[in-house]
Design a protein around this ligand. Structure first.
Ligand code: SF4
Length: 751
């Protein structure tokens, strides 16, 4: 029976999905330890709003497929490789038969929240996920002591024989600030390497590289709610309607109050439906488009000369570069007609306050840093930074990708973006952590995968909540790298595709089962509160990390997240003055001089930027084509991304009944003429192939796509888009080119 609201336990927390970080309350029936419903609650950045993921996407935590007992791979299962038949593919070809199979064991007992076994197939079996029946027999159950001892022993052995560079760790933007902080501290202090990274490398690493270079800070200069103070907002490379739905509602609301919305994106049917102007550029042509806008602004004199003179450097070089991009020339590259480019330039140049919000359509390119450099320059030459309604805002993807980056889960920075290669900074962290640290930058996500395939490279990995087998580009290469490791420990809540490669699997806690702080895209630090206990023997992540740290010789004795947070704040000037006690129910923005009485600073850089000289450094960029262009054999451009109902590699949302019911099928979106030219009909199954792989999935004929382009969401294991993508990276941010590679789409019967 459904109990009345008055009999339910209300727990105030934060949505675990996107970087908007909506505040919500979970209502829990304690008689069966189950969430009954979720409701938005008031907070400046969400104002009681929720999208479908926040409102309905919480039942994954109660999935019978939760991991509840530590697992150790059976020796008979070597050589390692993906164990599910549907993803074995190339490894069988490359290495002979993977996973010969061990005897069936108790490792597959049906799970429940209170049960001991790792769930497999009890109740509704979600489609397109790892087949537990097939994979679990390759593992045996272990005690926590045995599993943790094995992890520490093997990582120490690899460290001793291969040196610090043989160890690497992938953390997670799904974990709290405290967990991210402890994880990077373990890799740095425990193993003496900066080889620690997380999925920021796959989303906004290029934006952060450009922002650091340009204004000395990787965080947003204003909030998305500040859009209401803007005369014009450029939203670019962002399907915010699907990926930041509540932020998108602020954009729509601002437009109703008079803000002009200019949307720049190759796809239609998204924010474009709510924009005043949609510049439907060709994929990968952002630099040409924005250089033309700046060309026109300079030609018309619609620039802020005083701001340029007093707040920026290198303007002359920028002006020389954009002089070569008159609208007529750029129009031939980006596909937006010259008159529209001029119109946008005039609207932007005449506005008193302009702001730019961008997503991964800007960042996930081999030119991602150049794309972001153009946005920084555009705001800077028109004086659109440092005042209400102006600024630069990369919409961060995961709920804690801002916080995980702030906490130092990146190979070139200690917490708060303090460079590992700066001697004074290194000394400071050595003093704080009581150990010698590596003075060299570590490897990024993509470099770690590459290194695992090289002699003398990474041999042992600790994977906390990441699933690179689906999320990284060119996953046939990823599978070879994971198979080649000497030792892999995966800490997660489900048997993910990456866990199939593991030697040890540690059952972790979901977001709902622990306390922690999370930092959203606005720089708002909020508390997520524990709703229920982890199932079976699963444990909270920071405790697992601490247990491994102790076993590798670190003298850690943290008693809880708030103590860890206090240590972070000591080392992170941006987080100064914040504490669990003063974050309150709605969190606080950083920087914040007086959190007891203030929500924090909305608009940054009103007087100076965070660069050494206080100026914004303008960096000109030349347009460069993508690394792999369409040709006769692969004539279409593939763009990958997300859907409203699903989240990244699907491990959570595909186990959420409501979300998976609304959106159960992998589809490739294609322009009607491209489909007709190939004799393909809406709804039929088709084959998509690139130089790196082939997948089969359903066709959606859609006017959202431009002629010559197609789009595939990357949530679906059974049609893994990243089998097709290219692993070329941006030279500065090291982010892969998820938004552009050449493919062909054809009927299943085609030769
Ligand atoms: Fe959650 Fe983002 Fe939706 Fe808000 S907009 S409910 S944070 S997924």
């Amino acid at each position: 029976p459904i109990r009345p609201r008055s009999e339910l336990d209300a727990v105030d927390s934060v949505c675990p999905y996107c970087g908007v970080g909506c505040a919500l309350t979970y209502y829990v029936d304690r008689s069966r330890d189950a969430i009954v419903f979720a409701e938005g609650r008031d907070q400046p950045g969400s104002q009681s709003r929720l999208c479908v993921k926040g409102r309905y996407g919480w039942d994954y935590a109660a999935s019978p497929q939760r991991l509840t007992v530590p697992l150790i791979r059976r020796e008979s299962s070597y050589p390692k490789g993906p164990l599910s038949a549907d993803v074995r593919g190339d490894v069988e070809n490359d290495r002979g038969r993977a996973g010969s199979g061990g005897e069936r064991s108790g490792g597959g007992r049906n799970g429940s929240r209170n049960g001991k076994g790792n769930g497999k197939g009890k109740g509704r079996k979600p489609g397109g996920l790892v087949d537990y029946d097939e994979v679990l027999p390759h593992f045996r159950e272990a005690t926590w002591e045995e599993a943790l001892d094995l992890v520490a022993t093997r990582l120490k052995e690899i460290h001793a024989s291969g040196g610090p560079g043989a160890i690497a760790g992938f953390g997670s933007a799904k974990c709290s600030n405290e967990e991210a902080y402890l994880f990077q501290k373990l890799i740095r202090a425990g193993f003496g390497t900066n080889n620690v990274d997380h999925c920021t490398r796959l989303c906004h690493a290029s934006s952060v590289a450009a922002l650091f270079e340009g204004i000395g800070s990787g965080a947003v200069s204003t909030t998305y709610g500040d859009v209401v103070n803007s005369d014009v907002a450029i939203i670019t490379g962002s399907n915010a309607t699907a990926n930041h739905p509540v932020a998108s509602s602020f954009f729509k609301q601002a437009r109703r109050q008079g803000t002009t919305i200019v949307y720049v994106d190759p796809r239609a049917g998204t924010v474009s439906d709510h924009a005043d102007i949609h510049c439907q550029i060709k994929p990968g042509t952002d630099v040409a488009f924005y250089n033309a806008i700046m060309h026109e602004l300079i030609r018309l004199g619609l620039i802020d000369r005083e701001f340029i003179a007093t707040r920026t450097s290198n303007y002359d070089a920028l002006a020389r570069t954009v002089a070569d991009y008159p609208p007529e020339r750029s129009a031939t590259i980006c596909g937006v007609d010259a008159d529209t480019i001029r119109q946008v330039a005039r609207i932007w140049g005449e506005a008193k306050a302009g702001v730019i919000y961008w997503g991964m359509g800007i960042s996930q390119h081999t030119t991602g840093t150049d794309n972001a450099r153009c946005l920084i320059a555009l705001c800077s030459i028109t004086g659109n930074v440092g005042r209400p309604g102006t600024g630069l805002h990369p919409l961060r993807g995961q709920n804690n990708v801002q916080g995980a980056s702030d906490a130092g889960l990146i190979p070139m920075f200690y917490p708060d973006y303090q460079g590992v290669d700066r001697e004074a900074t290194q000394r400071r962290f050595e003093d704080a952590w009581g150990t010698q640290l590596d003075p060299n930058r570590g490897l990024t996500v993509t470099e770690i995968i590459k290194s695992a395939l090289e002699p003398g490279g990474v041999r042992g990995m600790y994977m906390l909540g990441e699933n690179p087998f689906l999320s990284d580009p060119n996953i046939n290469k990823v599978r070879k790298a994971l198979s080649a490791l000497d030792f892999l420990v995966v800490q997660d809540i489900f048997l993910t595709e990456t866990a199939e490669f593991a030697d040890v699997i540690l059952p972790a806690s979901s977001y709902l089962e622990k306390d922690g702080s999370y930092t959203n895209t606005d720089r708002r630090v909020q508390l997520g509160r524990k709703v229920m206990d982890p199932p079976g023997q699963a444990r909270v992540d920071w405790e697992i990390v601490q247990d491994i740290a102790r076993r590798v010789g670190l003298d850690w004795d943290y008693t809880g997240p708030s103590e860890i947070f206090d240590e972070m704040v000591e080392l992170m000037p941006s987080y100064a003055n914040l504490s669990y006690d003063n974050l309150g129910l709605t969190g606080k923005l950083y920087p914040n001089a007086d959190p007891e009485h203030s929500d924090g600073l909305v608009v940054m850089f009103d007087e100076r930027f965070n660069t050494d000289d206080g100026l914004a450094h303008l960096v000109p960029a030349e347009w460069l084509p993508a690394k792999e262009l369409p040709d006769a054999e692969y004539p279409l451009v593939l763009n990958t991304g997300r859907l409203l109902e699903h989240w990244h590699t699907g491990s959570m949302t595909r186990r959420s009944y409501a979300l998976d019911t609304i959106s159960p099928v992998a589809e490739v979106y294609m322009h009607p003429k491209d489909a007709a030219d190939r004799g393909l009909a809406h709804g039929e199954r088709v084959r998509v192939r690139s130089r790196r792989g082939t997948i089969e999935l359903q066709l959606r004929v859609s006017h959202r796509e431009q002629l010559g382009n197609c789009f595939i969401p990357f949530h679906f294991r059974e049609a893994a888009a990243n089998l097709l993508t290219i692993d070329e990276v941006d030279p500065f941010g090291k982010i892969p080119e998820f938004k552009f590679c050449a493919v062909q789409v054809e009927a299943l019967g085609a030769p």
